[in-house]
Design a protein. Sequence first.
Length: 792
Amino acid sequence: MSKMAEIFRTMEYGPAPEAADYVLDWLKSKKGSFKHYINGEFVSGKGKPKTIETFNPATGEKLGAFPAAGRADVDAAVEAANAAFPSWSGLSGHQRARYLYALARLVQKNSRFLAVLESLDNGKPIRETRDIDIPLVARHFYHHAGWAQLMEQEFPDHEPLGVVGQIIPWNFPLLMLAWKIAPAIAAGNCVVLKPAEYTSLTALYFAELCKEAEAPPGVINIVTGAGATGALIVEHPDIAKIAFTGSTEVGRIIRKATAGSGKKLSLELGGKSPFIIFEDADLDGAIEGLVDAIWFNQGQVCCAGSRLLVEESIAEDVTQKIKRRLKSFRIGDPLDKAIDMGAIIDPVQRDRIQTLVAQGAKEGGEVWSPNIAMPENGCFFPPTLISNVSPSNIVAREEIFGPVLVSMTFRTLKEAVALANNTRYGLAATIWSENINRALEAASQMKAGVVWINTTNGFDAACGFGGYRESGFGREGGREGMYEYVKPRKEWGAAEKPSPAPKITATSGVIEIDQTPKQFIGGKQKRPDWARTIPVATHDGKYAGRVALGNRKDIRDAVEAAFNAESWAASTGHARAQILYFIAENFSRRANEFARRLTELTGASKAEAKTETDATISRLFSYGAWADKFDGLAHSPPQRNVVLAVNEPIGIIGITCPDASPLLSFVSLWAPVFAMGNRCVIVPSERYALIATDFYQVLETSDVPAGVINIVTGERATLTKTLAEHAQVDAIWHHGPADESKLVEALSADNLKRTWTSGGKSRDWMSAKTGEGREFLRRACEVKNIWLPYGD
Ligand code: NDP
């Protein structure tokens, strides 16, 4: 029987190897040793660097070795980047676009080489590197060539940051490099990037492409090394921003290490993403989606759909279909074009997967793997399904980062949503249902940065990607990704001058009836927990009144009230606008009273006080205006999808107010938070707290729902610390001294709060450019990208 006839009879796959000889020749030409790429040159490590060897995970063969960069190498790279920054950032957007365009073209021209090299180094199937990783790398450079071109028009009043340190993991080596480098250099920054120690080869080949593109020396620097090199980059004083992708654990370390440094930070961390199948789903489509969600790249994907949530009525059917599908899985040589799964990155990772699976079984999970051929050598792990898993099982909670799916069932949409959100992560979610209303309802309730409906693992350079909660903060891709690499040209002023309270030596005589000092919690005036108050002085040392001295318990109560006001997130922009206008209306009736209070407390002249109250009314109007206008976007990525980039509230935001322009700054901070549907706990200026306590009387008469705005007065430093430690607070906006900003950032590492801190600097609250607008609104939102495919 001819070979062809035999194949038709058995329908067995024959071997379909991709040629690798020219890539192996390139590796050989390096004589087993690679160099850093610094200032446009390939340089050996300084001193006597440790050497890191890199292996093909599918065979265990050594592919090469490279130096682990030490302090002197990182210093040299940062110095080169700093030196290149003025001229690179000084180029026109168009000039920078030409370089990005050249890089995109070079990636395309070398695409097969890069795909093979990536498969060799990482162990992922050539089918994926060829059809997904490398095309997306090129797409990223093309897309960001476009942003470079449009910088001046699309990001007016913004400027690049300087030198950006970038640290990437091993699961998508070249793709993560592109996600990091393309937006950074498009915006005019220079970069120092460290690839993962397991997978540095495509980054080093990319460095050769940078040379070929004649990218100016110092704009792109690549230093190889392990975690210690990453730490040197993180700590470097001349770096303006750190962009990191990797584990949540290291993300926390970096959050702490950068606290108080003034470095901008974006973290793309782990996930435990749900894959929800409703009973009305197209089951065959859903199963293929699931295969892609969890067995793509051997499950070593931060957004892997690793938790299957399936409606009880179809659970058995789904399980059988998954098992049938896995029985035909082909695992083996990543360079074979017809395999489903390649190798696990390293024995260390395989052992970690194995340990977690064993623990999951101990905790009651039923572990199943198909009885299929496994390669004898190399680092492989079979596709695995763990059913009968309770939400508390370790395999349902921890990121396994391997080809392991855990499955659970649900009965109602409500239960599906509760299970899906029952995780500290929030990177992605997949929903499979033929009922578009149900799917969108579930999507709206997902606490995740990306939601795929009837599709999964959709990525595109135009669509933002990034997490909620402990999956990190910041976005990569699209317009929101570009904001991570620029800053407003004018944001902060000189160091904030403290406003010390004068010693009280007399009564003012202004307040005729003594006020009862209270906190404003859950829409009510509440006595402070320990019934203590502190006096407030006028500007000239007279007694102006007393305010409550809040403590940890008051903050706890305020956060609880904010938590219970969650329905505010679902209110419409129109409703929020109406309330903001109503607050402005009620405030304006009492504007003279507030002006008097400002004069009395701050010593402002009558005219100055009137300017501040007028500006306050205008600001409330501004956010009334914005409340139904700060909309998201609809993207059209190359595949047949509509991607809805929706601006969602973050949740509970803690706000610490400065002393400067105490009325206006107080309103300027909570109004955007409120307008975007967040709830807040505000610690007003300690010195001028009476303004905030006066203001809650306005809030009480303006239909503000209970718990949406909470005000706790007292010692700013103590209350701020409690807010920063609180696990239910999702973000902190801190205005105060530099050491306090540092503490806020460090304490926020625990639940990875989004932080916006002044670092002791001042802000011009009177100016509409620096005191209000899009920057505030962006800081008050998470962007959720909802992917909707169309067509048959
Ligand atoms: P890490 O988070 O440790 O590594 C990511 C990158 O950070 C690598 O380049 C690493 O260096 C570097 N790094 C490590 N420690 C530090 C540090 N203290 N300061 C600065 N940089 C540092 O992930 P691993 O590769 O070690 O994988 C561990 C686990 O993390 C995996 O099992 C998986 O669960 C998860 N993971 C999640 C990813 C995600 O995207 N969500 C990606 C990768 C891993 P190097 O590795 O070169 O030593």
